[in-house]
Write a protein that binds this ligand. Structure first.
Ligand code: ATP
Length: 331
């Protein structure tokens, strides 16, 4: 394998609170190939922003190493300062400078370039993010989505070796978020930029990333492609965090063996001759079909996505079978 663009090895991170070290990230390792987009996905407080801040150089590392393109930035006793890391940032709390126009914002990291080169680079970046005529606008004159594109242009302008994105679209409405995530992904591809993003939003993670790490309590539980996380979650915590579904004892679905299985809503097939009886608790039209909640006779609740057509009302008795690609057994 070629040298990873980013390599975190056995990272330990924490904060000193009232004189005591509180570890919040434990033994975290990951590697991104050149041009790869990775994402840490996890609930609030799991430690994902701390990882990004440590890679940027804003948090001390308590153990482990950070390498970018093979260069060691952090190891025991060594830490290269943030301004020498050549890493681009798109952080929520690193908004555009309100008193500078768009061109000056994008030019911010280009002070080493001659004036004409700088002007050309800014124009190229504004074109890249689809806002070629916005150079003289001020941030407050732009929409939230446009501001994020300018923030991206500013981050990419100095050709960073790595781009870090912290919940980059969380202030935007759901439609804009999805659209922009797709656009930014295409842009990073076009520029061959390696990126590490963090978010608690699965939609954002899946829309952007090649590889996603689900983080629980300071550790990566599973690092995989989105589809693998969805279809073969490594444990119950990942199963519960990624996608909709129900974690049930195998016996509740009349399957052999002990242990638990993950049943996704699309794996429930309503069938009058199916082996599993249930009662409809709730059904809601979402177009083109319905989302339903069913109660099994043992009391377990199951989410089901039913296709378009008549849907039994609340309290109706139904029966279902499992789709061929049935539930996944969980360790
Ligand atoms: N400066 C700090 N001093 C002490 N503890 C902190 C500090 N910053 C964060 N923490 C704690 O570290 C843990 C991880 O915080 P972090 O911000 O990395 O989580 P996160 O997963 O990014 O959450 P969010 O999505 O809410 O930003 C939390 O328990 C938080 O309270």
């Amino acid at each position: 394998m070629s040298t990873p663009a980013l390599e975190l090895t056995a990272l330990h991170l924490g904060y000193v609170v009232r004189g005591e070290l509180r570890t919040v990230v434990r033994d975290l390792s990951l590697a991104l190939a050149p041009g790869e987009i990775g994402c840490l996905l996890g609930a609030s407080g799991c430690g994902k922003s701390t990882v990004l801040r440590a890679v940027a150089g804003f948090e001390p590392v308590r153990g482990g190493t950070i390498r970018v393109q093979g260069e060691c930035l952090v190891s025991p006793g060594k830490s290269i300062p943030p301004e020498r890391r050549r890493i681009g940032l798109m952080f929520q709390d690193y908004a555009l400078f309100p008193h500078l126009d768009v061109s000056a914002n994008v030019a911010f990291g280009l002070r080493d370039l001659a004036k004409e080169q700088r002007r050309q680079r800014v124009a190229r970046m504004l074109e890249l993010v689809g806002l070629p005529t916005s150079g003289s606008a001020y941030p407050h004159e732009l929409s939230g989505g446009q501001q994020q594109r300018i923030a991206l242009a500013r981050a990419l302008a100095p050709s960073p070796r790595l781009l870090l994105l912290d919940e980059p679209f969380s202030n935007l409405d759901a439609g804009t978020r999805e659209h922009l995530a797709g656009e930014v992904r295409a842009l990073l591809r076009e520029t061959g930029t390696t990126a590490l993003m963090v978010t608690h939003d699965q939609g954002e993670a899946f829309a952007m990333a090649d590889s996603v790490g689900v983080m629980v309590d300071g550790r990566i539980r599973q690092w995989d492609r989105a589809e693998v996380l969805y279809r073969r979650p490594a444990d119950r915590a990942v199963a519960a965090f990624v996608g909709r579904g129900s974690v049930l004892p195998a016996a509740a679905l009349k399957l052999d063996g002990d242990g638990f299985v993950l049943l996704r809503p699309e794996q429930v097939v309503v069938d009058p001759s199916g082996p599993i009886p249930a009662t409809v608790v709730m059904s809601r039209f979402v177009g083109p079909g319905h989302v339903c909640r069913l109660r099994l006779d043992g009391g377990e609740l199951v989410d089901a996505d039913l296709p378009a057509g008549p849907v039994p009302g609340p309290d109706a008795r139904i029966a279902f079978r499992l789709a061929d690609a049935g539930p996944v057994r969980l360790p």
